[in-house]
Write a protein that binds this ligand. Sequence first.
Ligand code: IVH
Length: 668
Amino acid sequence: MKEADKKEIESLRITLHNHDYQYYVQNSPSISDREYDALYQRLKELETKYPQWITEDSPTQRVGGKVEQRFRQITHPVPMLSLDNTYNVDEVRAFHQRIKKGLPDVEEDSIEYVVELKFDGLAVALTYEDGKLVRGATRGDGKQGEDITVNLKTIRSIPLEIPAHPFKKIEVRGEVYMPKKEFRRLNAIREEEGETPFANPRNAAAGALRVLDPAITSSRKLGIFIYTVGFLDNDNFQTHYELQKALASLRFPVNEHNRLCSNFEETLSIIEEWRNKKNDLDYEVDGLVIQLNSLAHRKMLGSTSKFPRWAVAYKYEAEQAETEILEIVCQVGRTGSITPVANLEPVFVSGSTVSRATLHNEDEIRRKDIRVGDRVVIEKAGEIIPKIVRVIDSGKKRQPPFKMPTVCPECKTEVFRPEGEAAWRCVNAACPAQLKERLKHFASRKAMDIDHLGPAVIEQLVESGRIKNFSDLYTLKQDEVARLERLAEKSAQNLIEAVEKSKTAGLARLLFGLGIRHVGQRAASILAQTFRSIKALRETPYEEMESVMEIGPVIAESLKSFFDQKTNLLDIEKLENMGISVEEQGDSPKEGALKGKQFVLTGTLSEFSRDEAREKIESLGGRVTSSVSKKTDYVVAGKDAGSKLEKAKKLEITVWDEKEFQKQIESA
Ligand code: IVH
């Protein structure tokens, strides 16, 4: 029954919104994930049947929507100011004095403050019209920001709709953050994949908000706290605290630790209270915001061009601690770079125990004159990697200055420091330390994706001398692997199967996996597409390589020196002989067969993942966007295609099913 289905869709939408709220805002889910998924699937199923009833605010529409080449600039109707900072209690007292002076007719007793945590993330503004989220923007420079609605919609604690009454139009403001747990998870993956980890959760959140693909934003579990409004069409509120309560009742995620203080001294005790307690939170807090509660008082004081006069931020300094340098060890990376690391007497700082700190390089050690046995001050703020600030002069006799090793700590080959670089390097391609790191990279998910080849297995295989290069991996036998420590029979079989499977990973993954300096995933993919085989790549003159789009002299130089090494060539030859694909499969594409054509992918394809389909189109010169418009040339519709397909039909855009898509790319 059509009517009954429509009712069910509406009721499922409400039910799912309620569960999102309980889970993501109140942190108290009332159903299991499995039950949630079942409801979600049911809604999806009905929406596929009736695409005309899909609404923008449906829980199924969080990921999707439009991403253009770049984000659109928007002007904030009300500027987003920032806050004046204070760093000690005296400065906070001075702020209170200024407030008193600015409100000469107000009794000190009736000056109330609200103290809030200052979240270390990114300020955003969310606009709701008639109860629907219509726009989300970054702060930018405070006057102009970027329209990142599609990405903000993926944050599950942001309501897509609110009761339209009593606010027909309201802009709320808050801070988007990445939970510490998510930050650690993300960085662990990045390191595993040989990518540079994010320096702190704030940068990671900023990155996630500025990607052009909302599916990526969605996969990074961002959170948000709403702390104020930009504008609203209802000015019955007397105080900030009251306004926040109203926002919370509209189901906005308002932080639970906001405190109303009936006098100034209370604000100071809250500063002390959170100095250490902030480290126990799962989000980064770099200070507190102290602000007047009365909105009338705020109006009287007004703002400067940059800051409101009625609020300040109190910033906690990075926490410091004293400890001792037990030893300085040198680690060898995948490319042979040697990084000195200090092992420290363990000390608790900023929420965790620190026992190591990177010393970066030789110059850094010399500049700070750091020596073994020294007492040092270390500093750490939240999730930021600890650093050594300075050596404490204890007046005692010190050890001699630290000297970088002249030979590799692992293989004893003489090290050298290339001109203009800060790092010393071990140039022995067979160095076991480098080999272990290289194998880890080779096996990582974005390279050859060899599951079960973890660090412990690699360690044993390299230490025993069994594996000396990549090709040796492909000679492993199941019974010898099963004999390794901590490896069950079943895992041995899985490992052998994974090694076998990796033979068909393809040229791009192989090139990335080889760990050639400066050849990241993207460069590897371009090289594979352009040169189609390792042989062709090796034989291409340097100048020609350099002229390939996005390759440039640094990568070309690095490729050249990689192929100049006999051991590398030998290993590649062996890989080839053992059946590892060193050539790009399929005919070479007619360059630009789909040049300038704009595609939208929708529904599920059986033979390709979305990424694969996109890669195919892009390799033929086409472009993939996420929403259907008049500019779209083709829509590729897989199974269960929904509203995009409808829209394509309405706009009379050519639609290809999967079979047609395959036919077209084959003939291209
Ligand atoms: S209130 C007039 N409250 O701090 C500005 N800001 O330095 C009113 N921030 O741009 C801002 N937590 O990104 C406010 N609880 C909080 C905050 C907060 C973090 C950020 C915000 C703002 C910056 C100001």
